[in-house]
Ligand binder design. Sequence first.
Ligand code: 5GP
Ligand code: SF4
Ligand code: MG
Length: 460
Amino acid sequence: CGVFGIYAPEEDVAKLTYFGLYALQHRGQESAGIATFDGKQVHLHKEMGLVSQVFNESILQHLVGQLAVGHTRYSTTGSSRVVNAQPAVVATRLGSLALAHNGNLVNTEELRSELLRRDCNLITTTDSEMIAHAIALEINEGQDWLEGSIRAFHKCLGAFSLTIATPEGIMGVRDPNGIRPLVIGTFGSNPVRYVLASETCGLDIIGAEYLRDVEPGELVWITEEGLASFHWTQKPQRKLCIFEMIYFARPDSIMEGESLYTYRLRLGRRLAEEAPVEADIVIGVPDSGIPAAIGFSQESGIPYAEGLIKNRYVGRTFIQPTQKMREAGIRMKLNPLKDVLAGKRIVIVDDSIVRGTTSRKLVKALRDAGATEVHMRISSPPVTHPCFYGIDTDSQDQLIAATKSVEEIAKQIDVDSLAYLSWEGMLKATGEDPNSFCSACFTGDYPIPVPEMVKRSKLM
Ligand code: 5GP
Ligand code: SF4
Ligand code: MG
């Protein structure tokens, strides 16, 4: 999911949030929502669909106020329905709160029982709504916004990057491991105003300057007085999701002090060092495989070419294609360039293989287009384990590398050769302390303990 927040009484906060969400659309295409506060009054609009489908000028005009939060959703818990769209709005003794969540809690069963025991009325099925209710319960028992929220966060286990709007200000929060990203931006002067976004591309679009990340285990409270920081947990230890860097976040977002484009180029260069191959051209799988493909080309000296053209307008639509179209498969999204590919030995680079279904269809399309050899190179290690922290990499039985060796996968997707970047190589290219990243989907080494019952739902 994508989250956004802004405090700026002199601006059209709904419109700025709309643009912020537009830049964060890649983080979730199922539903979108914005909540604004004007004094104590909350204004909310959320619907299924893309940001551009959910909002128009007249809807935005009704979302008045001095502060706002917004959300783009893709579901990891709870079904894909409008009741599960965010922000989640809950009434409290001090007025409403509106919460936008990116991540996934692993102790929802425990949390749900506690909330029900304390007479809380849960309407939807998401972990995100539970966080909002947990805060409201504390507030209603006499706590203030900050103390109440912090008490609630202590009851949450898992990944949560949050933006929360209240009548008084907005909060930006990260779990003690900072699994999902969240950044702070500033704009204007006298007074300086603050913005929160999942990624820096959400700041760029509204002309805000990147200030810094919200730290793991930090809460920032942004009000008329400016920004105040609270370290709400004793033992923060950063475990940033490495899959954000490899695949999920936009290439123009800055993480670890550089664009993810530059980072992904380096993954591709290292891949070329680790797994060289003789070929005529290197192509990437649009969009996420392109930077690594360019890096592979730079390191290997094999020319880079565009071999697949992506239809930019294929999102998740509500009109399902016919069965016949589905069989035509990926052509709806990616179309091969026959005159580039015919008669060539091809290296095709992608960022990851999850189920292997896309890869198999792609390879077939390349062969149909006349490629004489197809060598696949993947700029991350085999995905062998499911994610419990908010990336939808499926249950373990769906992951092709969970049960098959690299040779077996090569056979199944019908390539002449297949190689993945090594785990060590990936971390070396990442250049930081390997302990500061989660890479559990490649290793099974989960940094936040996952309860047995939850594990059983996704592990073989
Ligand atoms: P596959 O060959 O596994 O069917 O598809 C691999 C492609 O899916 C890659 O291009 C990769 O960018 C993309 N991908 C990687 N992780 C995820 C994920 O968690 N969800 C979805 N929907 N796609 C993913
Ligand atoms: Fe990211 Fe994988 Fe860890 Fe999930 S398991 S948080 S996708 S690195
Ligand atoms: Mg991709």
